[in-house]
Ligand binder design. Structure first.
Ligand code: FAD
Length: 375
């Protein structure tokens, strides 16, 4: 078996395949847990408050279990449940989606008014007409540690990692895949495609329902850092009239990490991503910080550009290749996929080894784009 791309999803697939005894090698054009794709920037949000689609809940429940199991096996701390405050106007997708999610699934949560939320966390100033939800099990994953841990344990279970090796092409014939890299030709019974923002390059059929967006992550320290530190301050997602913003408690001297989930310019070539910081990258973030955290006096300490791989409907793409049954793929994670990497690794392993999975992933299948591809 071969895994193409060892970022968030590929590292998890490599780990699960190796752990189930498959002879497996992973090929990655860059290094381990690098900062050129979509799985970097120290923290990623994990939450059961799933406003995007209630069908993600069984998957995220299993993802939590698998992250905890990975912590036990590795002895590393990867997931912190610091709690999350989610707030927006009652007619916004965020609040309507959360009502639907909590209506369909029995999950720990509290519904709060804006006033109640601000009494609990006086750091926030929220508009009076906002509703809020508290997700007590929401929190963050240490993203680079997760990728590195999956890869290290995959190797302990017998996987080979071919880093700094670029896959140039692949083909499938007679139940055998052939993968050509810039250094060798590999053959295997099955290929797993997890190329992130490069999925369109390694899987032409995906070009139609797929686009890549540039996103900038920013960190701000404050003279009042203690007010924003873990323990005193939660993770958050706030929907405003000018965008959706999320952030995390300060976990070190770089301060609070914050980013805009909405917006982002289209990237035509992921190899040429603009990695600089421009005033327009920061303008809305500074407006949001100024309005929401009075007295914070934010001082930027760090920034990092990253890419969202957007599917046409914002839901992931996890499936077998329509023509080649021995090729499975996962992409289009649309800016909310990392928390699922652990369970996506398990699902890709099921699909690669058994051709099917017990996990409910029909809603993530490629066939939903049939009309899109035809256009
Ligand atoms: C700024 C930002 C914030 C985010 N926040 C969250 C969040 O809070 N919570 C959440 O759940 N999700 C979040 N996400 C989304 C999540 O991080 C991504 O969905 C996830 O990391 C994607 O993983 P991936 O494996 O698909 O891509 P990647 O991790 O980029 O991996 C793809 C890999 O394939 C390799 N590759 C590509 N082509 C080739 C080739 N030809 N040969 C060899 N190797 C190749 C690349 O080098 C890369 O390492 C965020 C994303 C961004 C950008």
């Amino acid at each position: 078996m071969i895994v193409l791309g060892l970022g968030g999803m590929g590292s998890a697939a490599l780990y699960h395949l190796a752990k189930r005894g498959a002879r497996i090698c992973g090929v990655e054009r860059l290094g381990v847990a690098h900062d050129r794709g979509s799985s970097h920037g120290s923290l990623r949000m994990i939450r059961k408050a799933y406003f995007e689609h209630p069908d993600y809940i069984p998957l995220v429940e299993r993802a939590y279990e698998l992250w905890r199991a990975l912590e036990v096996e590795s002895g590393k701390s990867l997931l912190t449940e610091c709690g999350l405050l989610l707030s927006g106007r009652p007619d916004f997708t965020l609040i309507r989606g959360l009502e639907e999610c909590y209506g369909q699934h029995d999950l720990p949560h509290e519904r709060l008014t804006a006033g109640e939320a601000m009494r609990r966390y006086p750091q926030f100033r929220l508009p009076e007409d906002h509703a809020a939800f508290w997700d007590p099990v929401g929190g963050y994953l240490r993203v680079e540690e997760c990728v590195a841990t999956h890869l290290a344990l995959a190797q302990l279970h017998g996987a080979d990692v071919l880093a700094h090796e670029d896959v140039l092409s692949w083909s499938s014939a007679d139940d055998l895949v052939t993968v050509t890299t810039d250094q060798r030709t590999l053959q295997a019974k099955c290929l797993v495609l997890t190329a992130g923002a490069w999925m369109g390059a390694v899987f032409a059929e995906l070009r139609a329902p797929f686009r890549v967006l540039r996103k900038v992550q920013l960190w701000y320290d404050s003279p009042n850092r203690a007010r924003y530190e873990a323990g005193a301050f939660p993770g958050f997602y706030v929907d405003t009239d000018y965008g959706g913003f999320y952030g995390f408690p300060a976990v070190d001297e770089t301060g609070m990490k914050i980013a805009e989930h909405t917006g982002g310019e289209e990237v035509s070539n992921p190899d040429e991503l603009d990695r600089g910081l421009h005033s327009q990258d920061e303008a809305k973030i500074l407006k949001f910080l100024g309005e929401t955290f009075l007295g914070m006096q934010p001082r930027r300490t760090k920034f990092s550009a990253c890419m969202y791989s957007m599917s046409a409907d914002g839901n992931f793409i996890v499936d077998r290749h329509a023509r080649f049954a021995n090729v499975v793929l996962a992409g289009g994670f649309s800016g909310h996929g990392f928390k699922f990497a652990s369970v996506i690794g398990e699902i890709l392993t099921d699909l690669a080894l058994e051709g099917r999975t017990r996990h409910p992933v029909e809603f993530l299948g490629l066939s939903r784009f049939a009309n899109h591809a035809a256009r």
